[in-house]
Design a protein around this ligand. Structure first.
Ligand code: PAF
Length: 276
């Protein structure tokens, strides 16, 4: 696997790939790769001749310096996972190369804002769209793959592509879930034993609640909140049922998902679950 740290070298190297008409699939990550990321790489491999993964912990999308500094860095492990899976190229830039004029972020997308994570992490999505736009401009892939765990992020990135006229198809991929049904996340490795147990319990509580909602045996989220609190999950940003197309609150479950964001200790968990 080729590894490039400088955008200019990467761009130079991609010329020959693009000249031969090979399609490029891109998977953007912040590292600490897990099976969710690897499934995106596999999906990219099945539709493109050349697959690029990037690892860049983007400072402008964090809400606190502590959170940014404590984000896991497991680059050697990540490189072996990418080599094992047969990824063609890893782009591993420095902050200076991505933000040569200092850390700036722009608000480009106005849809899907002020709700869900945007309400609780102001500015986060501006950091995301800024960095994704920079990567898209450097790499200009044909396809780029994003996981549904970050459902709102995928919607906002699809809008970014339209607004900035990128000729890139965004492919939305299902979450890879653990045995309790929760999506894998790079942050979960931080759990203590007790927190892992709480996470496991959370998965089971949600699974049961989803079944009740699907069978119309319950039509609100009050009991879910109480049950989470009884299991020491007290900091809940949101538990909401929204239409998966426009992200508006809905009572019609035919195209709806339950969206959650909550904390176990200081670890923030977001996920979403189909209700149909
Ligand atoms: O989903 C992520 O890991 C990040 O938000 C992304 C898309 C790599 C941008 O930094």
């Amino acid at each position: 696997m080729k590894i490039f740290r400088k955008a200019s070298e990467l761009v130079q190297n991609l010329l020959s790939i693009k000249d031969t008409g090979q399609s490029i699939g891109l998977v953007l990550t912040m590292g600490k790769l897990h099976d969710g990321h690897l499934s995106l790489i596999r999906e990219a491999q099945s539709h493109n001749e050349f697959v690029i993964c990037s690892i860049f912990i983007n400072p402008t999308q964090f809400n606190s310096e502590d959170d940014f500094n404590s984000y896991p860095k497991t680059i050697d492990d990540d490189i072996s996972k990418l080599e094992n899976i047969g990824c063609n190229l890893l782009f591993l830039p420095e902050i200076q190369d991505i933000y040569p004029n200092g850390l700036v972020k722009n608000k480009t997308v106005n849809n899907f804002r002020n709700i869900l994570c945007d309400k609780y992490r102001p500015g986060h999505f501006d950091g995301v769209t800024t960095v994704v736009d920079i990567f898209f401009n450097i790499i200009k892939p044909m396809h780029s793959y994003f996981g549904e765990k970050d459902f709102q992020q995928v919607k906002i990135i699809k809008d970014l592509v339209k607004i900035n006229h990128h000729k890139i198809k965004i492919i939305q991929c299902p979450s890879i879930r653990d045995k309790t049904g929760m999506s894998l996340s790079s942050r979960n490795y931080k759990f203590s034993n007790n927190q892992s147990k709480t996470f496991y319990k959370l998965g089971n509580i949600i699974k049961e609640y989803i079944n009740l909602l699907k069978q119309s045996e319950i039509n609100n989220l009050d009991k879910l909140k109480i049950e989470l609190q009884q299991n020491n999950i007290n900091k809940i940003d949101y538990l909401e049922i929204r239409n998966e197309n426009n992200l508006e609150i809905t009572k019609d479950y035919s195209e709806a998902r339950l969206f959650i964001a909550l904390y176990i200790g200081d670890i923030r968990i977001i996920d979403n679950f189909k209700l149909y």
